[in-house]
Ligand binder design. Structure first.
Ligand SMILES: Cc1cc2nc3c(=O)[nH]c(=O)nc-3n(C[C@H](O)[C@H](O)[C@H](O)COP(=O)(O)OP(=O)(O)OC[C@H]3O[C@@H](n4cnc5c(N)ncnc54)[C@H](O)[C@@H]3O)c2cc1C
Length: 199
């Protein structure tokens, strides 16, 4: 049983996976396309503190970090998700099935990428969507279903701001909220290699 499965392996899902891994959660990121939209970004000039970086180089770096943090990454399409009676979730990814205590939707913007299918999966779980099929969350990135969260471009503008910095920041914030849900306390601060209690 995983602590967390993340639906989508773009910047939001990968960053959520990185932070959840650093928090020590048993984490699996499943994406039909590893890197998501970032794979197509020729050169990023607007990421603070980084003069310029190719999307593919940002992706290589975060995949290295994820491996270090112990998160699993699987390149597969998720075809179905269901809820168990005990409150956990079953996730079908083509020929494989996984179970998890929590989920993060990081399934991207379906208006831009109609091949993404996060909203169908969300609907099947009874998750509330906006009129335009974006996932609705509260200030803690929670959907209306306990244990299910969402981040990045699957949220409606201005949350889904179609910027790498927003997707990454929301991924990190959402992982902290999942930690709080599973452990019943605030996620620690990860500064350098130190783990400092969050006051
Ligand atoms: C050409 C281009 C250039 C860009 N340049 C910049 C830039 O310079 N600066 C900037 O800030 N931003 C830029 N962006 C935007 C940036 O890449 C996106 O905002 C960012 O990738 C959004 O991250 P996300 O994780 O929310 O979604 P996405 O990156 O779209 O990832 C969604 C993920 O969900 C997966 N998924 C969906 N449905 C399923 C399913 N059923 N099963 C499994 N996986 C599923 C997809 O396969 C994918 O892995 C650019 C985008 C493009 C296309």
């Amino acid at each position: 049983m995983d602590d967390l499965i993340i639906i989508g392996a773009g910047p939001a899902g990968l960053t959520a996976g990185l932070y959840a891994g650093l928090y020590g959660l048993q984490t699996r990121v499943i994406g039909e396309s590893i890197g998501g939209e970032l794979k197509f970004a020729p050169m990023i000039f607007d990421y603070p503190g980084v003069k310029a970086i190719k999307g593919s180089d940002w992706l290589d770096a975060i995949l290295f970090q994820l491996k270090e943090a112990g998160a699993e990454i699987i390149e597969k399409k998720i075809t179905a998700i269901s809820r168990n009676d005990q409150g956990s979730f079953k996730v079908n990814a083509q020929d494989e099935m996984f179970e998890t205590l929590s989920l993060i939707f990081a399934s991207g913007n379906e208006k831009r990428r109609p091949q993404y299918s996060g909203s169908d999966l969300a609907k099947s779980l009874g998750i509330e969507l906006t009129q335009e099929n974006f996932i609705l969350v509260d200030e803690k990135m929670r959907t209306n279903i306990p244990g299910i969260y969402a981040a990045g471009n699957c949220l409606q503008y201005p949350l889904g701001a179609e910027q790498l910095i927003d997707a990454a920041a929301q991924g990190a914030r959402t992982a902290a909220q999942v930690y709080e849900y599973l452990k019943g306390k605030k996620a620690p601060l990860l500064w350098g290699k130190a783990t400092i209690p969050n006051l």
